[in-house]
Design a protein around this ligand. Sequence first.
Ligand code: CTP
Length: 408
Amino acid sequence: MSRIVLGVSGGVAAYKAALLLRALTEGGHDVRVVPTPGALHFVGAATFEALSGHPVTTDVWSDVPEVAHVRIGQEADLVVVAPATADLLARAAMGRADDLLTATLLTAHCPVVFVPAMHTEMWLHPATQDNVATLRRRGSIVLPPAVGRLTGPDSGPGRLPEPADIAALASVVLASGAEALAPDLAGRRVVVSAGGTREPLDPVRYLGNRSSGKQGWALARVAAARGAEVVLVAANVELPAPFGVRVVPVGTAEELRAAMLTEAGDADVVVMSAAVADFRPAAVAATKMKKGSASEPDAVPLVRNPDVLAELVTKRAPGQLVVGFAAETGDDDGDVLAHARAKLARKGCDLLVVNDVSAGQVFGRGENAVVVLAADGGSTEVPLGSKDAVAAGIWTAVRNRLPSSAEG
Ligand code: CTP
């Protein structure tokens, strides 16, 4: 069981900290909440105490013999500050210790994740941006804020990401360390496809597959957390959009192809994690096929769908990386990696993320393990972990092969 300190500073988004606390404890973590005095204007200490099972104090004068201001930070495996207000970021960047939370930040040896939430002007102010740069230079993670509705009727960057997104990202840092969310995709544009296409037979039926879209969702969420501008082309996935990600919903392989070709134009990285149907019914019945009627089919003839990945490869912009996925099983002709190497060469992409599905793993499951094969002969093993942790491993393999950005 990991020990997480949840720091909460005084912004209206503090109410979401209660939901985040719930998500973290349900994830099996022991969570200690350390609010600033300002945070308690928004959410009462009793709420945090009840949900965490620990006492809550804001100052260094309670429980003095316990030396809480030193012990809480020292014992933590992870500190998450959500919401992190402009004032909290400023105090943390200055190294102040004027309440229990800032004192805890000075004694923590573990990774620290700040999740900013504030009004857009405050976020974009050079003072705040300098403080963020200082904290990042020292190794802290500062997530980019979500864009959307703020406290009043206005909207812009400054919104707190949804608690489920923050909890998933916190788990990645616990599993893989702070590097997993390094801001190394800032200034990059990435396009990810996810889910599974559905090819209609008639107005109510389709040929589909079992892809849940979870791995593609995790890829989008982690890329956004690492600073990328992310477009997620989503085939039939019901999950809520990850923060900071623009979702383009599609249904069929043909729709997915059109959306990918439109979005891929100026992207630095294109990732085809969607399960695209290789075949579709040759004809779609205009009305429902009924049993015993003239429309009852003897057989359903299929035709080939376009290979979207192969087309993206032939149309790729200079410097663009194209990443394919492959679910493989070993057989008499070769093992999983031999088949995957052959597919990488056949498809012509730069990287191929290989899932071994021999034992019926992966589909719909929370965990995954992959090998990332590169066209240059390299390979990276990403060990079994949450789909977000696997996404972080994939992005590190991608980042290592990206040409350096124009900004240098
Ligand atoms: N893919 C695609 N368009 C298709 C089928 C697949 O873009 N019509 C992409 C998938 O998104 C994935 C990669 O191609 O990134 C590998 O898909 P897979 O179906 O395993 O490849 P195939 O060439 O169909 O190989 P196989 O002969 O093993 O079915």
